[in-house]
Design a protein around this ligand. Structure first.
Ligand SMILES: [Zn+2]
Length: 469
């Protein structure tokens, strides 16, 4: 027989909403019901002592690509395996993508994917909806409205990957921005000028320059910055919100900062790899393993992005996780241009953001929680159900030990691949317990959940909330 409430987390240092507070949390039926001194709580079936630990709202990864076929490969990592790795990394929710097949309904694809993922995901989930076929604009208009009504307010478009069939042109982007704004959604862009990048790739390949070190040279900073500038301009003319995914350059950051200063509703995401690694890695023998787009940059870009996270120019972080194996990368390595783009990382965002960000004094602890969880929930219409430690919020909590020291190695990670881009990196601070809607799913380095624990979470953007991001 149950005695009292389900769970109490006591003596933890709770970090949320700009506050750092030593307090206790009471959880029942998957929800946070009380915060304060546990002497005022009823008895609980289980008490977790979080003395000396940090207690955050569960992390939300804004950018994952599980099981996505791309550039001739499908990552072997399964959805459950990838989301279990995410749970080990302190994530209680992730936002993935549904890409429209040309000529087919995106809404139908979304519904099919929701039911597929519902049976597999270890953590809660939603999607960004990605149109690729703009030949029937009336159909797109009708679908935008239905997709937003279905609970997916976020769209994502590729200003690049023309050969892969993903490319959106400026007119299509303008039309989509206008339509999405009408129903209260948001459009994200992968901002790279595809024509300039394609021309540079062609130039290098003709000259026999085929190794990984030419990848960043074919997509220099201005390839991203030009597309960001154009997207900001188009969004402004459309009177629409814009979200720039995986920002990598100081030039792009500057453009976003200027737009925000003008009062335009522009938001940005960056990824841990753009905050830690430089393009020097492309000269290494395993350089192809680091190929993603946009490419890794220079030290001054890294420092600029950290400043952007600290000063509010960048709102959220996601990993852009895709877990190809090194063999899959190698298979296409005759030229850098054919190597499947993307890197694994869903498990490592919190340790890296804490170690490289908070401990090195680049961001505050409260800012870390905002950019790893709360802002994602606010931006995609999930707050305060998600991203919050408040009475009534889902009891999605990560308990983080700031004293654990680790050297990152693929041997001890759970992602479905044979390498990590952070191999050998020393970090301090690691997530130790992950709680999804009141259920402990990771503890003592063991996974305690079961596949399908995660649910689809509907979002609806609220103006007054997104304005606070
Ligand atoms: Zn991506």
């Amino acid at each position: 027989m149950a005695i009292g409430i389900d769970l109490i987390i006591e003596n933890g240092t709770v970090v949320f909403n700009g506050n750092i507070l030593k307090t206790d949390i009471a959880i029942e039926n998957g929800k946070i019901i009380k915060i304060g001194n546990r002497n005022h709580f009823p008895a609980a079936e289980r008490v977790i002592n979080a003395e000396g630990k940090l207690v955050f709202p569960g992390a939300i990864d804004t950018h994952t690509h599980f099981e996505q076929p791309f550039m001739g490969e499908v990552p072997p990592e399964t959805w459950d395996q990838g989301t279990i790795a995410a749970a080990f990394g302190g994530n209680t929710m992730h936002i993935d993508f549904v890409v429209q097949e040309h000529g087919k309904s995106l809404l139908d694809a979304i519904k099919a994917k929701v039911s597929y993922v519902d049976a597999l995901s270890a953590i809660d989930f939603s999607f960004h909806a990605c149109f690729t076929d703009f030949s029937d604009m009336d159909m797109i208009r009708a679908e935008v409205r239905k997709i937003i009504e279905y609970g997916i307010p976020s769209f994502k478009e590729y200003m690049t990957y023309r050969k892969e069939g993903y490319f959106v042109n400026d007119g299509e982007l303008y039309q989509l921005l206008r339509e999405v704004q009408k129903f209260g959604g948001i459009v994200g862009v992968h901002a790279e000028n595809t024509f300039i990048a394609e021309s540079l790739i062609e130039e290098f390949l003709k000259e026999g320059k085929k190794s990984a070190k030419y990848h960043p040279l074919a997509k220099p900073n201005f390839v991203e910055a030009e597309a960001i500038q154009r997207a900001i301009s188009i969004a402004n003319f459309a009177g629409a919100r814009l979200y720039v995914v995986h920002l990598s350059t100081k030039e792009g950051l500057h453009l976003i900062k200027e737009a925000k200063c003008r009062g335009e509703p522009i938001f940005a995401e960056t990824c841990p790899h753009y905050l830690t690694l430089t393009d020097d890695v492309y000269s290494r023998p395993d350089g192809i393993n680091y190929i993603m787009s946009p490419p890794l940059r220079k030290k001054d870009d890294i420092e600029a992005l950290w400043k952007g996270l600290s000063d509010g120019t960048i709102s959220v972080t996601g990993t852009d996780h895709i877990a190809y194996t090194s063999e899959q990368k190698r298979r296409h390595s005759e030229t850098f241009a054919n190597v499947p783009n993307g890197v694994p990382g869903v498990e490592l965002r919190l340790p890296i953001m804490y170690s490289e960000g908070v401990r090195k004094g680049r961001i505050s602890l409260t800012r870390m929680v905002d950019i790893c969880s709360t802002n994602a929930a606010k931006l995609f219409g999930l707050y305060p159900k998600k991203g919050a430690i408040l009475p009534g919020s889902d009891a999605d909590i990560v308990i983080f030990d700031p004293k654990i020291e680790k050297t990152i190695t693929v041997e001890t990670l759970h992602m479905g691949t044979d390498y990590t881009i952070y191999e050998g990196m020393k970090v301090t601070g690691w997530p130790v317990i992950t709680i999804l809607r009141g259920k402990v799913i990771v503890e003592n380095e063991s996974y305690l959940g079961k596949k399908g624990d995660g649910s689809f979470i509907k979002g609806r953007i609220v103006d007054e909330i997104i304005d606070t991001v």
